[in-house]
Design a protein around this ligand. Structure first.
Ligand code: DGT
Ligand code: CA
Ligand code: CA
Length: 360
């Protein structure tokens, strides 16, 4: 039967897998890609790890020092975000040739495949896996279902190197059997609230007073779960355009000296502009993370897109505003570009990341 099908792709242990592709001698060994904060040798956290490292308990979010304690053999690599982003952009570009594509994160996307049969969906999904492997050497997991949420859930079920296509029967089963904690967008807090209402599985919602549910979860989340449970959820796949781009850097030491902070701030501005790929901002925020991790920010809006030189000046003034109004030391500083406008002559085409590690 033809019906609307949505394909969800998630690249397996993405950053670490890219490192394995570039350096195959890493394969089979525990590898963690880390964000070194630069304060001292071990400060920072694991961004992601391959499955060998995960078996040892080394996974995203743990401190580098803990990763070292868990294993003497783990290979810790610095995160090379631009490299991963370059590969991600190419994969997303390919996916968007298959149908409307919503890039959900650096390693996830939804593709609207239109009205097709189960067999066609399976064949397409297999082709996507083969294509990405052939072009980039990367394994991915794919889920296909009639809506975005179940496509993501299906993908999760098959990880890693998975391919799960849900038919109507399996979706119906999910609508009653899936644990609420496994539903995307339902975090521990909401799960707790649902459990208190006696809802452990999505199907348990049937016995619940909708009014009560809305009161406890809020309108949006209640509607989300109700529509998932009764099969009317049909959020469309939409092309997303990034409207803002931000970068943060950690200072070598806490300080309130604007001259000492300036080079870090300008580096954040440089990197934010680089990530915006040629688009120019009409809004700028300077964000200071203070010594006690409290966050203070100041922003300015313009009537027209501004150049990087104007951005430097504005950011420095905003930094001075922050330092005038707040007496604490600054630990981290960042710049966020808002209301990005594409201007012609994007620099994108000058950057072409190759899998052998050379960027040209
Ligand atoms: P998977 O999908 O379970 O095989 O593993 P990953 O590593 O692809 O995990 P996923 O999909 O949650 O995240 C995609 C990428 O995003 C991952 O390779 C690294 C990055 N990432 C995830 N969590 C963090 C984090 O806490 N900090 C930083 N800097 N990056 C993260
Ligand atoms: Ca992911
Ligand atoms: Ca992933």
């Amino acid at each position: 039967m033809r019906r609307k099908r949505i394909l969800f792709v998630d690249l397996d242990y993405f950053y670490a897998q890219v490192e394995e592709v570039i350096n195959p001698s890493l394969r089979g060994k525990p590898v963690a890609v880390c964000v070194f904060s630069g304060r001292n040798e071990d400060s920072g956290a694991v961004a992601t790890s391959n499955y060998e490292a995960r078996k040892l308990g080394i996974k995203a979010g743990i401190p580098i020092a803990m990763a070292k304690r868990l294993s003497n053999d783990v290979i810790l690599l610095p995160m090379r975000k631009d490299l991963y982003k370059g590969i991600s952009d190419k994969i997303m570009g390919y996916l968007s040739t298959l149908g409307t594509t919503e890039v959900a994160s650096i390693d996830e996307a939804y593709v609207d495949l239109g009205e097709i049969t189960l067999e066609e969906a399976f064949k397409l999904a297999k082709e996507v896996k083969e294509r990405i492997f052939k072009d980039h050497g990367l394994k991915v997991s794919i889920g296909v279902a009639s809506n975005k949420v179940f496509a993501k859930v299906a993908c999760e079920m098959g990880k890693p190197d998975g391919l799960v296509v849900l038919d109507d029967e399996k979706e119906e089963k999910l609508r009653s059997e899936i644990e609420v904690s496994e539903i995307p967008g339902i975090g521990p807090v909401l799960r707790e609230k649902l459990n208190e209402l006696g809802v452990n599985k999505l199907g348990d919602m049937k016995n619940l007073d909708e009014y009560k549910l809305r009161k406890v979860l809020g309108e949006a989340k209640a509607q989300y779960l109700i529509s998932l449970a009764n099969g009317t959820y049909d959020e469309p796949v939409k092309v997303r355009q990034r409207k803002h781009q931000g970068r943060y850097v950690t200072l070598k030491r806490n300080t309130r000296d604007p001259n000492e902070i300036k080079p870090y701030l300008f580096r954040a501005v440089d990197e934010a502009f680089a990530k915006a790929s040629g688009a120019l901002p009409m809004e700028i925020h300077v964000v200071a993370i203070m010594e006690d991790i409290d966050i203070v920010s100041r922003s300015r809006t313009f009537k027209h897109p501004i150049s990087k030189d104007e951005a430097y000046n504005t950011c420095y003034k905003l930094l001075l505003d922050i330092l005038r109004e707040d007496k604490r030391q600054v630990r981290r500083i960042g710049a966020t570009l808002g209301k990005l406008k594409k201007v012609d002559g994007s620099l994108d085409k000058f950057f072409d990341f190759k899998l052998d590690g050379n960027s040209v």
